[in-house]
Design a protein around this ligand. Structure first.
Ligand code: GLU
Length: 424
């Protein structure tokens, strides 16, 4: 294919390499022509900003941030904002592309976007984080809005960060704009059940997989890599469902106890001390050891590029449910497939977050709020329907769940683009 618009043939960031390889394989399967393939492989809009922040010691520090809108064909762009030292434009492009496929797989009327700031929030004070967030929100305010692009929490961002973004945007407008971000605190237009939504969605899928394989989530053993928002809620909800969480780690490592960790105490230790390793139960383990742990279900809930060609052959789990975005490389995917491991892909398994974000956006626009039971029931119905559709898609012809989910997601975006036509 000769291309004028191709961004880079050799992506530097592993997430972008994974996203492009996955997309190209699916474009082949769907028989996309060259023009469509090129269009869908590229972000529609991207913004890079260098912006100053006054630090607590009086010095000025310049940060680099991004907002990428992969596609707006199916509705406003949607996706989180992450704070992490490794954030870069290619990674944000990959995450925005996955958001586009994810929203389409669960059939939300959204396109895909992502944003991020390269920073280490663990070394910043609350006041510095607030000033950085407000300035970043101000820089991207030409891009975001309830009708065009709606941010949400992602790695190292939370309801407080969303509150600052909502407030900054609203101050520019002169009135409160609830629909500009999701994942807000309940007191200012957040939704019941949004905080736990990604973890709950992952747990619902894990339970469905076990049921379909003729087993049960009750008594299943689970290992979780990543003890942030998705990992902790998945651990809590799965253990409420009767699963035994035998191992969990955060970025510093974690704990393993074959009799099952006390999830409530582990979460309290993480919340109070910042490190799961301070929860003294069972044995200390590293992140690498966790991925190779004998268990029924492995849940990667941290960052991209964790299960790779070098550790995939040693993965002993029977099922992988991806709560993180992009944790498995295409090379690892093939190996896992050959070894009979069922992998439920990120764009389905972690869609609970954006589904309840959709509910929050609707509630904010109507100024009419639902109770927790209603949110949970609607979330469960959408997750189970999407899972059934992906499983059906994977049956004829027989493809992996990842290929099926991508075929569904990319196929739906393609259909919208074709129906709308090319402007002008
Ligand atoms: N950051 C989450 C994700 O990767 C949630 C996005 C959203 O709610 O918009 O799916």
């Amino acid at each position: 294919m000769t291309s004028t618009a191709k961004l880079s043939t050799q992506p530097q960031d592993p997430a972008y390499a994974i996203a492009l390889t996955q997309f190209n394989a699916i474009a082949d399967k769907l028989g996309l022509d060259d023009g469509l393939r090129e269009w869908l492989s590229l972000p529609q809009r991207e913004l890079t900003t260098h912006f100053p922040v006054r630090m607590d010691d009086g010095s000025l520090k310049v940060f680099k941030g991004y907002r990428v809108q992969h596609s707006l064909a199916r509705g406003p762009a949607k996706g989180g904002i992450r704070y992490h030292p490794r954030v870069n434009l290619e990674e944000v492009r990959a995450l925005a592309m996955w958001m586009a496929w994810k929203c389409a797989v669960v059939d939300l009327p959204f396109g895909g976007a992502k944003g991020g700031v390269a920073c280490n929030p663990k070394e910043m004070s609350m006041a510095e984080l607030e000033r950085m967030t407000r300035r970043f929100a101000s820089e991207i305010s030409i891009f975001i809005g309830p009708e065009n692009d709606i941010p949400a929490p992602d790695v190292n961002t939370n309801a407080q960060v969303m509150a600052w973004i909502m407030d900054t945007y609203s101050m520019h407008k002169g009135y409160s704009v609830l629909g500009v971000v999701t994942g807000k605190p309940l007191a200012i237009g957040g939704s019941q059940g949004r905080d736990e939504a990604t973890g709950r969605g992952t747990a619902i899928i894990a339970s469905e997989v076990m049921r379909r394989q003729g087993g049960s989530i009750d008594g299943a053993t689970v290992a979780i890599q990543g003890f942030g928002n998705a990992g902790t809620h998945a651990a809590r909800i799965l253990s409420d469902m009767g699963a035994r969480v035998i191992a969990a780690t955060d970025s510093q490592g974690g704990r393993y106890n074959p009799r099952g960790l006390n999830v409530k105490r582990a979460i309290a230790a993480k919340r109070e001390t910042g490190q799961l390793g301070n929860y003294r139960d069972g044995d200390a383990i590293s992140n690498d050891e966790l991925l190779e742990m004998p268990c029924d279900i492995l849940i990667p809930a941290a960052l991209e590029n964790q299960i790779t060609g070098s550790n995939a052959p040693r993965v002993k789990a029977k099922v992988i449910v991806e709560a993180a975005n992009g944790p498995t490389t295409p090379e690892a995917d093939e190996m896992l497939n050959e070894n009979g491991v069922t992998v439920v892909p990120d764009i389905l398994a972690n869609a609970g977050g954006v589904i309840v974000s959709y509910f929050e956006w609707i509630q904010g626009r109507q100024h009419y709020f639902w109770d927790l039971a209603e949110v949970q029931a609607k979330l469960e119905r959408i997750m189970k329907n999407a899972y059934d559709e992906v499983v059906a898609m994977a049956t004829t012809p027989k493809v992996s769940l990842r290929e099926a989910a991508l075929m569904l997601g990319v196929g739906r975006v393609t259909e919208s683009i074709k129906l709308r036509g090319v402007y002008p």
